[in-house]
Design a protein around this ligand. Sequence first.
Ligand code: HEC
Ligand code: HEC
Ligand code: HEC
Ligand code: HEC
Length: 491
Amino acid sequence: MKHKKIITLLVTLAVFGLFIFGIAACQPTAPTAAPATAVPATPAPVEPTTPPEPELTGDPIRGGLLYDQWWAVLEVDAPEGDQALWATQSTNTRSGKDSWRCKECHGWDYKGVDGAYGSGSHKTGFVGVFASKDKPASEVLTALQGGANPDHDFSAVMSEQDLTDLALFITTSLIDDSALINADKTSTGDKVAGQEKYESVCIKCHGPKGNAINFDSMEEPEFLGHVAPDNPWEFVHKVRFGQPGWPMPSGIVNEWSDQDVANVLAFVQGFTSDAALSDGGQLYDKWWGVLGVEPPAENNPLWATQTTNERTGKDTWRCKECHGWDYKGKDGVYASGSHATGFPGILESASLSSEELLAWLNGGKNPDHDFSGVMEDYALNALVAFIQNEMTDSTPYVNADGTVNGDPAKGKTMFEATCAACHGVDGKKINFGTDAEPEFFGTVAADNPWEFFHKAGLGQPGEPMPRGLALGWTLEQIADLLAYAQTLPTK
Ligand code: HEC
Ligand code: HEC
Ligand code: HEC
Ligand code: HEC
């Protein structure tokens, strides 16, 4: 990786610099020392010099991600219980894993009590780390190993290399973002220049309005239009370093200047905080995955009215299991095969009024078709919105034999811009199946193009996957993507 090399070089230069500086510092003493050498027998006492700093090699970008949320980077479970120093403060009432994030104690602006966390619910009174940027990296490393305070020892949860990356992050990559962010949280940057940068990188995943990925729950969604105005310091940190655990690009790696970051912030601060989609499509797919609740263990009461589909338990509660990925029920793909139930489709229901649709979902029409016990009103309303506005007919794009009317060349561009970051260029980076029976991007596209069509437009329940319809894609474009996906390996 390019930035790793640069840092090694920088550290080497710094050590070399110290060496040069050492020589230069010695020089003035040389002439004055010269006359004193009249007695050659006694050599001038050699002044004890501090040994040069050991060279630390590592990745400060990774360090910046660790600073944000180290366990997401390391793909380990977050620690349970509070960090030892947490008990020495009482103003921040969070507990558990949050108390282990460097940013929770030292701030997104690195200034701790002297910065944005000087007040508000995140206030701890703890110091910032900004002053540590001028320390030797080895001293910061020692501080992270508990050298200065045994309660500030992270070596039980992170390796020496992890801590070294953190030390290099602190000593090489901190910026004073008060030059980028005004006191009222607005950006000092230029929106027009920011738009160009945003559209060259961010739009691929976050969409033209920044709401293609939801960072929080369905009930309280969080989009770029929330983060940028509310927490510009977090925004700046994440744009420079990336998002822990996800392949979001780092501005530093992409050689963005601090000004570029401020410009993007200025542009994004003008975004809407409204959702692009209702999320009802994801509820239709697997509502408990979206809501983060336990699915029912018993069969859905309507299940007993059919005998052809032999699944049991939670599967019987998925809308898609009874009505199909193509929304056509017994008149579509689920007319036959192991998913056949004989239940009707809902494609025609798009023309029903909201009241009628709600009556369908809360048992008003059929007491056995009642989802009000497992979903709150906001979720039922989202399903209504999905059926009325976001449910699309894939018939013109996906043929009955599963082939697709789309342009794979156009789809390739879309895939490589947006999907490949997580799914890999061959679509095999994430396995949705098991080791024995792997299921990849290409497998879903080939075996179940209707499911693919649904998910590419509406997203994956519970995952921060960009939603094609929120990226502004047309159904035709989704078909192009699907046509390309069908060329990818299936195993
Ligand atoms: C629970 C709160 C808390 C967490 C989490 C925390 N720190 Fe600290 N940190 C402190 C406090 C308090 C100090 C003040 C000095 C001390 O008591 O060690 C400090 C001091 C520091 C210093 C200055 C050391 C010095 O000797 O001047 C650095 C650098 C630092 N922390 C970096 C980090 C990094 C990197 C992380 C994440 C791995 C981290 N801290 C996590 C509370 C925390
Ligand atoms: C390859 C896709 C991808 C690209 C490109 C991308 N991001 Fe992200 N971004 C993500 C993902 C995934 C998340 C994490 C969502 C989560 O954890 O819930 C995220 C999270 C974020 C967050 C954090 C939100 C939070 O509160 O946790 C910010 C801010 C952000 N992105 C800004 C940007 C900006 C600005 C750009 C352009 C410089 C960008 N992203 C480019 C995929 C991407
Ligand atoms: C266990 C199978 C099953 C599940 C799960 C299921 N449905 Fe149904 N659904 C049916 C059956 C059967 C009917 C027709 C019932 C009747 O005529 O009384 C129906 C009817 C409907 C209708 C009315 C169709 C019309 O216009 O006549 C809508 C809309 C609907 N379902 C939406 C949903 C949604 C949204 C979900 C997910 C929350 C869902 N269904 C889950 C079996 C199911
Ligand atoms: C930020 C990362 C990320 C990006 C970008 C992304 N995905 Fe995903 N995708 C995931 C995750 C995580 C899963 C769920 C994996 C699992 O459940 O095992 C997933 C699952 C899927 C599935 C469902 C597989 C199944 O059987 O459940 C499909 C289809 C899919 N993605 C399509 C796409 C398409 C199309 C794109 C590009 C528009 C895309 N993804 C971009 C992260 C991503």
